[in-house]
Design a protein around this ligand. Structure first.
Ligand SMILES: Cc1cc2nc3c(=O)[nH]c(=O)nc-3n(C[C@H](O)[C@H](O)[C@H](O)COP(=O)(O)OP(=O)(O)OC[C@H]3O[C@@H](n4cnc5c(N)ncnc54)[C@H](O)[C@@H]3O)c2cc1C
Length: 436
């Protein structure tokens, strides 16, 4: 019997567990360890609450968690409750699937002013992440800025722009819904250092901005290269650019009170204000021959009492695990970090790709493990039983998948009309459902 630990219960962790269970059948036990009693990683805490259909993938993960030989071990933080070295002593292979939950910084003056938040914080706040329940982003001003030109930036812009009833059917948490309902924000500027051809936005997410009830996109036609250059783009990307061009040629819908301003070729230099964010000093850029943004020296102010930075994420370090500083992820060679220690998902590749991109990662690493220790061999390690004993000595009480189902049932029971659930936000609320 082989014993495997997968650390992290997001997409990458679940696909790895699924692949290991398929490769080893009843010749292995797989423990999926997560710091929280609630599974699914960014499916719960990242994917936008008004994109419910995407979250249905968790049903597939449920089948993995409930399959023979697989266990969910929640409420256990690796690096705090148990070290990576201890896991390697207990398990034949350890796969780190802890994602990349930390915001990258802009690295400009004023970034620490109140009113400046990272997208992980902002997204976590409206999605019920326990670390950001108390974020209270300032929504009392009329202008907000979102820095970044990817899909996460679009999520933030859309959430800031929707009316209350446009969240019907979503699982946005109650505290965020109330705060957004009282928001005074009327203009959201979305800032990108480069131009329309350099965006990382997909057509579906961009297209949604054209169907908002109270907000209208504003795009300057002068920002585009000649239309002939679109033909060189990959088809999906070309579709996104076509949508942006349509926004530009249609012009803003004057019947809608809110504006989403696309400000391309704009590099933030400084965030300024009297004890809190009030405006961004921005430098106009242009592209050099390699496609990099270079400053033109022309500067201007963009008003903003809320600044959301959405320029990428980093994996946190775990003691004793080699780290790639530049990439902001674990140092690895095709998923291999060190003997019997692997990384998958965002902890392996950095924060790129969709939910499905994590699947091949998990399968590839499971294959590597199966060839290093073929099914039917035995490593003689303590596995889950050893972990349980170690955690008990430290006073850590793990949760299992039945516990998650109890929390989930309580969330569904607490749902407001039209919402699939009211997420419980704090660790103590989850544990209260479990009678702890
Ligand atoms: C805001 C946002 C919106 C997105 N929207 C979409 C979308 O609409 N469609 C799409 O296809 N993709 C979307 N993505 C991308 C998708 O969410 C990722 O590709 C995917 O979640 C990455 O999976 P992962 O398993 O590597 O990391 P995660 O999903 O982050 O999972 C990591 C898990 O590890 C756990 N963990 C972390 N540290 C520890 C520790 N020390 N000990 C134990 N457990 C730990 C965490 O609790 C978490 O459960 C979005 C991403 C973001 C940030």
């Amino acid at each position: 019997m082989r014993q495997f630990a997968v650390v992290g219960s997001g997409p990458a962790g679940f696909y790895t567990a699924e692949a290991l269970a398929k490769a080893f059948g009843d010749k292995a036990r797989v423990d999926i360890i997560d710091r929280y009693p609630v599974p699914y990683g960014l499916i719960r805490f990242g994917v936008a609450p008004d994109h419910q259909s995407l979250k249905a993938v968790s049903k597939r993960y449920d089948q993995v968690a409930e399959s023979e030989g697989v266990s969910f071990v929640g409420n256990v933080t690796v690096g705090r409750d148990v070290s990576a070295k201890e896991l390697l002593d207990l398990y034949d292979a350890v796969v780190l699937a802890i994602g990349a939950p930390h915001d990258r910084k802009l690295g400009i003056p004023g970034e620490d002013l109140p009113g400046v938040v990272g997208s992980a914080e902002f997204v976590g706040w409206y999605n019920g992440h326990p670390d950001f329940a108390d974020l209270a982003p300032p929504l009392g001003g009329t202008h907000a800025v979102v820095v970044g030109n990817g899909n996460v930036a679009l999520d933030c812009v859309r959430v800031l722009s929707k009316n209350r009833h446009e969240f019907e059917g979503s699982d946005i948490v109650g505290h965020a819904l109330e705060a957004l309902d009282g928001s005074d924000v009327r203009t959201v500027t979305i800032l990108g250092r480069r131009g329309p051809h350099q965006i990382s936005m997909t057509p579906k997410e961009l297209g949604e901005l054209g169907h908002l009830e109270a907000a209208t996109p504003v795009v300057d036609a002068a920002d585009f290269p000649p239309i002939e250059e679109d033909s060189a783009l990959e088809p999906g990307h070309r579709k996104s650019i076509t949508i942006l061009r349509e926004f530009a040629s249609a012009g803003p819908d004057s019947s809608k009170p809110k504006r989403i301003l696309f400000d391309f070729f704009a590099k933030p230099l400084r965030i300024e204000g009297d004890g809190k964010a009030e405006r961004l000093l921005v430098e106009r850029t242009m592209l050099d021959e390699r496609g990099a943004a270079i400053g033109t020296g022309e500067t201007y102010d963009v008003p903003a009492s809320l600044v959301v930075t959405s320029i990428g994420y980093q994996t946190p370090r775990i003691d004793g695990v080699p780290y790639d500083d530049r990439g902001g992820k674990f140092a690895n060679d095709h998923g291999l970090i060190a003997d019997r220690l692997y990384a998958v998902g965002w902890a392996r590749r950095g924060p790129t790709g969709t939910i499905g991109t994590n699947r091949p990662d998990g399968y590839e690493v499971a294959e590597r493990i199966a060839s290093a220790m073929p099914p039917g061999t035995d490593g003689g390690r303590g596995g889950g039983e050893g972990l349980t004993a170690l955690l008990a000595k430290r006073g850590v009480r793990p949760t299992n998948f039945d516990d998650w189902h109890r929390i989930e049932a309580a969330e569904v029971a607490a749902a407001r009309p039209g919402s699939p659930r009211e997420k419980f936000v704090r660790q103590e609320d989850w544990l209260k459902v479990l009678g702890r």
